[in-house]
Design a protein around this ligand. Structure first.
Ligand code: BGC
Length: 850
């Protein structure tokens, strides 16, 4: 049994074996409201500090803020009355019933620290200060320490600690990870409640694309370009995770990745900063729901800050080296978007950035994140990354590592044990300022207050809620819908797809992934229920085409050289009307530490495809993987190719939905597919160079290869539908959008085919002249539009002036292109409409020069 499976089983056992006797508090919802109103008040407080009252009045959105504030204040007053009422009733009830949730433990917590009940300006801040003033140095350092749970690890275990529960009882631990299931979480929280100050623990886990119900991997979800669906997927994941006792997930990963050799490309939203920022916001909003304090929300964590996706050579954990301008233009936008969406935490990256490890990178953490961006949450290191400063060669030992990370702005130490071992000594030797420890502890405690853990440390621990929330049928339906929205139809020659369930008589299903079940869940699915019924592609097709005769031949394994099954596969194909081949990677070929130098279809799968295509039967290829793969022969010779990624618990049904036309595919690639590893990194938003090549025959003294095409196998934004769309009536004008100067770009979109379908219309800016240079093409907006057969719609996409600015050499964001053009396309390489060339955008009226 693999380590991960063992782990999942233990989790499962613990979640179901645990018996809980806690009842439900009748005043819980009132508490929740008070907390969320408190959070809203804090946010408003932040806004009011950053703008003058006059500014607010001048600015209608801020004026709305004041109105909202007044409304909230009224609500807060009534909630206070209700809370007081509730508390009184609660006390009576407590004396007569054991059902009251508040334990003696947490009552003490409240008595000690809930002294500030005025709800005034930054009440949480005052609570934090009050608590800090009661804490010893050791207890503050304890808050900065995060341990992995007691049996499973999602990183290398370099130090074993036998007495974690005892350390928790001593107040030496602020958070744990990889403890899940209410019964198990309770055990740890109870230990924390035995500590002197009874400060509750945070419980974190990598809930990356679903908790129990697994959604498609994040890269696949990004292919949907459907931020509403992505938000919903995150919402469901958070609801399940919170019901299982967690209050923190280490997601979303918002690293831009332009190198598909890097195994973690699966975890992000692909190569583009604009799409990446939209997806980052959707995920944060989905995970954090109505705000921390809601029982169905968990803290999100924007990771890995920063530039982890730019690992040189695609080798995980490798250095990233780039201009600060590239950092700001390409790698930081999704992080900034996550911060703006209110993400509660950030995680450091493992890599060094331009020679300074991200975990000790004061520029990233103090100057940018906590300074310029005003981030109020806390930063957690990545697994062991503080200790790894020694391996980087940045410091001599763990003690220096602890000092460097804390000074740089890393608030919590995940699993390197450096803070807990050395910070006290560093303070005593006057090597670090104790105020840094207060700051870090304060940030962490603030989140614990916002989560409502001081009101009730067990509020996320309710086995009944856990049982009722996990695996809800409607959430399975959402996972199926997300999966089909994520699958990209790469090719469909002569409309081979969709297949007809009524007329297809015999289908040969060939390939090592036809019957894959658990594999569909992909790399980061930690909470697998061994009894979960996961439909495979085979099951999906059986259900979709019950009258068809299905023949199965595995043909080969995923990654070895055995060809013993080829003959059986060929015979199955020969006897069928149509062949569906399911090929790809093994799920553990992408993910953390899963970089590959060779991203061709592994093993002998490409040869099996050739052998089956040679039968002359029509072949549909379904590819499952966590990264862009290379499959050039199949790309040219197989008529229909569906890229299904790792599509989650319901992926088998979703694939059948798409193959049989129950769902008309609408996904578009969020990342470029190369033809060869030699092209990597390859991405659409490149600069022009002084000697640009325009075609593969244009090679002499040009930016290209003498032995390889410069064009990708499939471009960013590519993805077909079973219908067709036409674009017409292009226009653009200046406008005000959300109180900002903007341009509005409009066009008509028509479904010119015979069935309903959704098109992701993409708006790019073509930068012709700019100082400094800008990419030849950059995505600036998109809209996913559903149209009935024959229907058309006028579509308008707004772009704020702000988002058309780029950075100058001094990193000031004030450069507009001197000459540019707006492009509307169905893909980055399929541009359908162009504006005239525009000189001096925002300075001259629309119309352009040519
Ligand atoms: C990964 C993080 C993850 C952490 C905890 C690390 O190895 O890089 O993304 O959140 O482990 O599992």
């Amino acid at each position: 049994m693999s380590e991960r499976n063992k782990y999942s089983r233990v989790i499962l056992f613990q979640s179901y074996a645990g018996i809980e006797l806690q009842g439900d508090c009748p005043y819980k919802s009132c508490y929740a409201k008070a907390v969320s109103y408190g959070n809203a008040a804090n946010r408003l407080d932040h806004i009011s500090r950053s703008r003058s009252f006059y500014d607010c009045l001048r600015n209608p959105s801020s004026f709305m803020t004041i109105i909202t504030f007044m409304a909230l204040w009224t609500a807060l007053l009534s909630c206070n009355i209700c809370a007081a009422n509730g508390l009184a009733k609660g006390l009576i009830k407590q004396s007569v019933s054991q059902q009251v949730r508040a334990t003696n433990d947490h009552q003490t917590v409240q008595n000690n620290f809930m002294t500030d009940t005025t709800g005034g300006k930054d009440a949480t801040g005052r609570k934090v200060q009050a608590l800090l003033s009661k804490m010893t140095l050791e207890e503050k350092i304890g808050q900065l320490n995060q341990y992995n749970g007691d049996w499973a690890a999602t990183g290398p275990v370099t130090r074993t600690v036998q007495d974690k529960l005892q350390q928790i009882r001593e107040g030496k631990v602020g958070a744990v990870l990889n403890i899940t299931g209410t019964a198990h979480v309770r055990q740890f929280q109870q230990a924390a409640m035995k500590s002197r100050l009874k400060i509750p623990l945070l419980f974190g886990m990598d809930v990356i694309h679903g908790y129990r119900i697994t959604f498609p991997i994040p890269l696949a979800e990004a292919a949907s370009w459907d931020t509403t669906a992505i938000k919903k997927s995150a919402r469901i994941a958070a609801t399940e995770a919170a019901a299982a006792g967690l209050n923190w997930t280490f997601a979303p990963m918002v690293d831009i990745a332009r190198d598909p050799r890097w195994g973690r490309v699966m975890e992000g939203a692909g190569e583009d900063p604009f799409l990446g920022a939209c997806v980052a916001q959707a995920r944060v909003r989905g995970l954090q729901g109505k705000g921390l304090g809601s029982l169905d929300a968990v803290m999100a964590c924007a990771k890995h800050f920063a530039a982890y996706g730019a690992a040189i050579g695609g080798r995980d954990y490798n250095s990233a080296d780039m201009s600060l301008r590239t950092l700001w233009e390409v790698y930081l936008p999704p992080f900034l978007a996550a911060e703006k969406a209110g993400v509660a935490t950030f995680m450091n990256a493992f890599n060094d950035l331009n020679g300074v490890p991200a975990t000790a990178n004061r520029y990233l953490l103090r100057d940018v994140l906590k300074g310029q961006w005003g981030f109020k949450g806390f930063v957690v290191s990545d697994w062991g990354s503080i200790g790894e400063l020694v391996q980087h060669g940045y410091v001599m030992n763990d003690q220096q590592a602890a000092a460097a990370a804390l000074e740089a702005g890393c608030d919590m130490d995940m699993e390197s044990h450096s803070y807990i071992r050395y910070l006290k000594q560093l303070v005593q030797e006057k090597k670090i300022d104790p105020a840094l420890i207060d700051e870090a502890a304060g940030r962490i405690l603030r989140k614990k207050f916002e989560l409502g853990l001081f009101e009730d440390p067990y509020r996320f621990i309710d086995s009944t809620r856990e049982r009722l929330t996990l695996n809800k049928p409607e959430n399975n339906a959402a996972a199926r819908d997300m999966a089909r929205k994520s699958m990209v139809l790469l090719k469909n020659k002569d409309h081979l797809l969709p297949l007809s369930a009524a007329t297809t008589q015999c289908i040969a299903l060939i390939g090592p992934l036809v019957k894959a079940k658990k594999a569909l869940k992909g790399f980061w699915s930690l909470n697998i229920d061994p009894n979960e019924q996961i439909p495979s592609l085979w099951d999906g097709i059986n259900a979709e085409a019950p009258k068809a005769r299905l023949r199965y031949a595995k043909g080969c394994n995923i990654n070895d050289s055995l060809r013993l099954g080829f003959q059986e596969a060929i015979e199955a194909a020969q006897k069928a009307d149509i062949v569906i081949m399911a090929m790809g990677e093994a799920p553990d070929m992408t993910g953390e530490a899963k970089s590959r130098s060779n991203i061709h279809l592994p093993g002998v799968q490409a040869d099996l495809i050739k052998a089956v295509v040679a039968t002359g039967k029509p072949v549909v290829l379904v590819l499952m993987a966590g990264r862009p793969l290379i499959f050039n022969w199949a790309k040219d010779k197989v008529p229909s190719i569906l890229y299904a990624w790792w599509s989650g618990s319901q992926g088998g049904l979703a694939m059948a939905d798409v193959l049989f036309g129950k769902y008309n595919p609408s996904a578009k690639l969020p990342i470029t597919f190369p033809r060869s590893e030699g092209q990597i990194p390859i991405y659409y938003a490149h600069y022009n160079t002084g000697r640009p090549a325009t075609s593969d025959s244009d090679k002499l003294y040009k930016t290209g290869y003498i032995d390889l095409s410069i064009f990708p196998a499939f471009a960013f934004g590519h993805g077909l539908s079973y219908t067709t769309f036409s674009y017409s009536h292009f226009s653009w004008h200046y406008c005000t959008y959300q109180n900002q100067p903007a341009v509005a770009v409009s066009f008509a979109l028509k479904n010119t085919g015979k069935i309903a379908g959704a098109e992701v219309a993409q708006l790019y800016i073509h930068n012709i002249i700019s100082r400094p240079l800008r990419p030849v093409k950059a995505l600036k907006g998109f809209k996913k539009v559903m149209l009935a057969a024959g229907a058309s719609k006028n579509v308008t996409i707004y772009i704020a002036r702000q988002s058309l600015l780029s950075y100058n050499e001094k990193l000031e964001k004030n450069v507009l292109p001197q000459r540019c053009q707006f492009l509307i396309g169905s893909a980055s390489d399929d541009i359908r409409l162009k504006s005239a060339i525009i000189d001096h955008l925002f300075e001259k009226p629309p119309g352009g020069t040519r």
